[in-house]
Design a binder for this molecule. Structure first.
Ligand code: ADP
Ligand code: 5GP
Length: 187
């Protein structure tokens, strides 16, 4: 059986990574295991532990680093985020594609360890659109929004490090483009 693809989806906070992922699942014709990350961030209203993230304390996160349980991890605007290691190889070994939704520092670490990974950076139509998406989500207070916007400017400079850039003008169109990237990785 052929090993499943490892797909890295990056892009600034609020660009629509989660929304595009949902649209991708809705399209059908692609099936993947979504890697649920570990984070020290507090859950947003509606987020479910184990589905959206594995929410842990800073101490528990540190234990996971020390025990080598994370494929990569990074600090993002005051919190830590990391990818649980073992489950990814388990799914890929069963021929299942695995999708990681991670920021740029983590993407770099994964590409160094898994050179066969497919890297996709989602870009907004322009910075104003990105800002209004972050604000429209209404999940962060103003200082956090400002920090995320500053981080976004820095992350946008790294988009050329990715194999593919996908414009999120509409979630459906972006999802169609990612679907064709994933399907072509199987040939
Ligand atoms: P991310 O996962 O990258 O942080 P989200 O998926 O949470 O981003 O999207 C941030 C906000 O932008 C959400 O309120 C979402 O509904 C909105 N959004 C996503 N894609 C688009 C789009 N193409 N056009 C307009 N709004 C969008
Ligand atoms: P948020 O707080 O908006 O859910 O996530 C903040 C940023 O962390 C986003 O860019 C998101 O993609 C990224 N992120 C989520 N999980 C991980 C992870 O496991 N590792 C890394 N490096 N980044 C992650």
């Amino acid at each position: 059986m052929e090993k499943g693809s490892l797909i890295i989806l990056s892009g600034p906070s609020g660009v629509g990574k989660g929304t595009v992922r949902q649209a991708l699942l809705g399209l059908g014709g692609v099936d993947f295991y979504y890697s649920v990350s570990m984070t020290t961030r507090k859950p947003r209203p509606g987020e479910v532990d184990g589905r959206d993230y594995i929410f842990v304390s800073p101490e528990e996160f540190q234990r996971n680093i020390d025990n080598g349980n994370l494929l990569e991890w990074a600090e993002f605007v005051g919190n830590r985020y990391g990818t649980p290691r073992d489950i990814i190889e388990q799914w890929r070994g069963k021929g299942r594609d695995v999708l990681l939704e991670i920021e740029t520092n983590g993407a770099k670490q994964v590409l160094a360890k898994c050179p066969d990974a497919i890297s996709i950076f989602i870009v907004p139509p322009n910075f104003e659109a990105l800002e209004s998406r972050i604000r429209g989500r209404s999940t962060e207070d103003e200082p956090t929004i400002q920090r995320r916007l500053a981080k976004a400017r820095a992350e946008l400079l790294l988009q050329d490090n990715y194999q593919y850039k996908v414009l999120n003008d509409t979630p459906l169109r972006a999802a169609e483009e990612i679907k064709s990237i994933i399907l072509s990785s199987h040939k």
